[in-house]
Design a protein around this ligand. Structure first.
Ligand SMILES: Cc1ncc(COP(=O)(O)O)c(C=O)c1O
Length: 384
């Protein structure tokens, strides 16, 4: 049997929590009804389960249940938020703002919109990945309709100030959308307190199943019009048609409930392990941390190892550790991370970078083994 490497890639995906799996199981074969079948109990049972999940997701982020739209994941939620808002507001303006360090689900959606006549400003970031307030404020135009910036960066764990960004957007008369995928379920996120208009989240990043996510759409005044991107049977109040993925949605609801209960203790435990990992790795000559020590997720560390051949380094480390060098999608290409290069790293250093993302199953022993592994591989390449 192939020995499994230690899993330190929880930002790519997390295993389904056993309680999530258990909650989902009856909705595959026993309660298999279509949540839109309103004429018989099969449909009612499915609908009730969906509505219960909606309440749990809403509770996790301080929203109301009617503000949650279920989707096939955060990629779709990001598309719905950005395209949906842009297309419904195009009479008002055609300018969109985002950051160079966003996830490809945001950046590629923006690029597609720019081919349809929208103008997009991609704001540069500082060396820690943050955006300067002055640059942000100056980037708004009379025609700006939407500003999109993620809450927590998937590669560095850097946290951006949601409330401040939402306030600036509101002052300038634009909507504020945040990709909340990496923050929701890991740290407290409250859509009311932070004032965001739209926020995406994904079940598989918080111990739920893959292929299901949600978009928070603020329902309080002033009204937000959102052009549906998938049309058909009119599910999700017409904003996202298609038969609802009942088992997946039930799983997302349970994952949200568990996150609500366990987030605080997980964060405390994982930040200690993360600190231990950094202590062990940052003493390696040429090692440096990317991002900000002050504003970041508790379970993520992004470390560059200067002067090493990046591809070879990652290949050797991956024999013992499941870690990535950037986002899961850029790991399969040989390109340096666009997040790290936007933060000013040169291509070689960006390639010789490891993203560690810890999770519920991570132990102290695994962290010790991870430190030993990276040290050993580093030594072997330095002396090669
Ligand atoms: C920040 C961020 N946004 C969006 C996504 C896409 O989410 P999903 O896999 O649910 O489509 C991911 C996952 O890689 C992510 O990390």
């Amino acid at each position: 049997m192939i020995p499994y490497p230690i899993y330190l890639d929880h930002n790519a995906t997390t295993p389904c929590h056993p309680a999530v799996l258990e909650e989902m199981m009856p909705y595959f074969a026993q309660h298999f009804g279509n949540a839109s079948s309103s004429n018989h109990p099969y449909g009612w049972i499915a609908e009730e389960a969906v509505e219960m999940a909606r309440e749990k997701v809403a509770e996790l982020i301080g929203a109301e249940a009617k503000e949650i739209i279920f989707t096939s994941g955060a990629t779709e939620a990001n598309n719905l938020a950005i395209r949906g808002a842009a297309l419904s507001l195009q009479e008002k303006g055609n300018h969109l703002i985002t950051l160079e360090t966003e996830h490809s689900a945001v950046l590629d959606t923006m690029k597609a919109l720019s081919r349809q006549g929208f103008e997009v400003s991609y704001l540069p970031v500082n060396s820690d990945g943050s955006v300067s307030r002055g640059i942000l404020e100056r980037s708004f135009r009379k025609t700006t309709i939407l500003f999109a910036a993620m809450h927590a960066n998937n590669e560095t764990g850097l946290l951006l100030p949601l409330r401040e960004m939402a306030e600036i957007a509101e002052e300038k008369g634009a909507l504020f959308f945040t990709d909340g995928v990496q923050a929701v379920g890991k740290i407290p996120v409250d859509v009311r307190e932070s004032g965001v208009d739209l926020m995406s989240l994904s079940a598989h990043k918080m111990y739920g199943p893959k292929g299901v996510g949600a978009l928070f759409l603020r329902k309080s005044a002033p009204y937000i019009a959102l052009e549906p991107q998938i049309t058909g049977g009119g599910q999700e109040t017409g904003r996202r048609s298609g038969t609802l993925n009942v088992p997946g949605i039930v799983g997302l609801g349970k994952a949200a409930e568990i996150a609500h209960q366990e987030m605080q203790q997980d964060a405390a435990r994982l930040s200690e392990l993360r600190d231990q990992l950094e202590e062990g790795l940052l003493s390696i000559p040429g090692a440096r941390m990317n991002g900000s020590k002050a504003y970041r997720l508790p379970h993520v560390s992004n470390i560059s190892f200067g002067g090493l051949p990046g591809r070879e380094f990652l290949l050797r480390v991956n024999k013992s550790l499941a870690v990535s060098s950037g986002a899961a999608c850029s790991s399969v290409t040989d390109k340096p991370s666009h997040v790290l290069t936007a933060m000013g790293l040169d291509a070689d250093t960006a390639m010789a970078t490891l993203r560690f993302s810890l999770g519920k199953s991570t132990t102290k022993k695994e962290i010790e083994q991870a430190i030993a592994c990276v040290r050993e591989v580093h030594q072997s390449l330095v002396h090669a």
